[in-house]
Design a binder for this molecule. Structure first.
Ligand SMILES: Cc1cc2nc3c(=O)[nH]c(=O)nc-3n(C[C@H](O)[C@H](O)[C@H](O)COP(=O)(O)OP(=O)(O)OC[C@H]3O[C@@H](n4cnc5c(N)ncnc54)[C@H](O)[C@@H]3O)c2cc1C
Length: 392
């Protein structure tokens, strides 16, 4: 049995940030990491962005080994035994810990049909699979108009693929953007050569040769060399639930990123934490949260007593459009758009309970801290008074 002072379950960006966070305070304590992926930790955002714009694959590695850590790759932890402070992996090996971090992230939601002919785009293995199709100049159906769908559709179109995008909403990014912006994006994607089809729900996917045939409820049929789905993710809480940790759409953590069980921490996509700025628990599936919370969890395991109070931001690139966003950017909230140039440059404020809960900085960069300050201030603001609070 391998015995560690710190054991990390998961091999994503949170796990890497935690390992480096531990090393900021403890240079010598042993660290082990067990990851179901056979690759060491890497940056996920380039899988839909940079790698399709010519960035080298070598640029994505996070260099986790620099933290002097034992990497156990290609192994899934199946059991967490709290009384003996031990985890067991799917090869039957045991790893013991003094402090444990669960950084198990999230897994893609699956469609009830299509089996292995659908690529649920999440990791490097999925990127490698899609690359094989693209290198042949393929035809691709992308299911979903959210982050993953919109980004990979753009990346593939920029690489000469014939891309059809199917999504049930009226617009692209409809769950976060105002309706007019989401509809604008449909036209914008079409101008870039993507056959964007709003209002389409997939009814069936059948494997055909190396590709598949996709049928929609409205009766459309598409042949594709590859079918990629980005239909949301679910926090990977399996081992936490079985071990009896408090779980509620994510593993519940306190302000020190401790779970409901002693010496067990959680962070990143899998963790549900309290946001002091928004006054509610939230779970965030974005890079800044993974890196900042991962580092804080590592430091907390090594003795840091600072509370985690970071309000994470996120970002995306869609062809030559881009944005950054902070807080609750949910299109079910009241939205006030303040455009300098419509759909090219402007700020969208998300209001709820008489205050700003989120800010979308569309084509505007370097204003994330101003957006954070506006949300944290929590003062009474309405549609009439909020415009101009952040200057484009
Ligand atoms: C393609 C893509 C593009 C993205 N682009 C952006 C972007 O532009 N901007 C942005 O802000 N965010 C983006 N994100 C989101 C961001 O990358 C994630 O929020 C972040 O990677 C989450 O990191 P994590 O380590 O918490 O979880 P994950 O990355 O999900 O990692 C979890 C790890 O745990 C492993 N694991 C799970 N269960 C077990 C187990 N039982 N035993 C062992 N190992 C286990 C998994 O195999 C995986 O290695 C993107 C995500 C993807 C997939």
């Amino acid at each position: 049995m391998a015995a560690y002072r710190y054991l990390i379950v998961g091999g994503g960006m949170t796990a890497d940030a935690a390992a480096h966070g531990i090393r900021e305070l403890d240079r010598d304590g042993t660290i082990g990491l067990v990851s179901a992926e056979s690759d060491p930790p890497y940056n996920r955002p380039p899988l839909t962005k940079g790698l399709w714009k010519g960035e080298a694959l070598e640029s994505i590695w996070r260099k986790t080994g620099d933290a002097a850590i034992d990497l156990h790759l290609g192994r899934r932890v199946t059991t967490l035994d709290l009384p003996s402070r031990t985890v067991v992996d799917d090869r039957g090996d045991q790893h013991s810990y003094e402090k444990l971090l669960l950084a198990t992230g999230a897994v893609p939601r699956r469609l009830p049909f299509g089996g292995d002919s659908v690529i649920y785009y999440r990791g490097l293995a999925d990127y490698r699979r899609v690359r094989q199709v693209v290198d042949r100049g393929g035809t691709v159906v992308v299911i979903g108009g959210g982050f993953i769908g919109s980004e990979i559709a753009a990346g593939l179109a920029m690489n000469g693929c014939k891309v059809t995008m199917l999504f049930p909403e009226d617009g692209i990014g409809a769950r976060i953007f105002p309706a007019d912006l989401a509809k604008f994006l449909v036209g914008y994607y079409r101008d870039q050569g993507v056959a964007a089809k709003p209002g389409e729900q997939v009814a069936e996917i059948k494997g055909a040769g190396t590709g598949a045939v996709v049928s929609t409820k409205s009766g459309l049929t598409f042949n594709a060399d590859a079918v990629i789905a980005g239909v949301g993710v679910i926090p990977d809480t399996d081992i936490a639930k079985v071990a009896g940790l408090a779980v509620e759409d994510g593993i519940i953590v306190d302000e020190h990123l401790r779970t409901s069980m002693p010496d067990v921490y959680a962070a990143g996509d899998v963790a549900r934490f309290m946001s002091p700025q928004l006054g509610r628990r939230m779970r965030v599936e974005h890079e800044d949260n993974a890196l900042t919370m991962g580092r804080a969890a590592g430091r907390a395991m090594a003795g840091d007593t600072a509370a985690y109070e970071h309000l994470p931001f996120f970002y995306s690139d869609l062809f030559d459009l881009g944005y950054e966003a902070v807080g609750e950017t949910d299109s079910r909230l009241e939205m006030v758009a303040d455009w300098k140039t419509p759909f090219r440059e402007g700020v969208v404020y998300y209001l709820g309970g008489g205050r700003v809960r989120g800010v979308l900085l569309w084509g505007i960069f370097g204003k994330v801290d101003a957006a954070r300050a506006l949300i944290a201030a929590g003062g009474a603001l309405d549609a009439a008074s909020v415009k101009g609070r952040i200057q484009a």
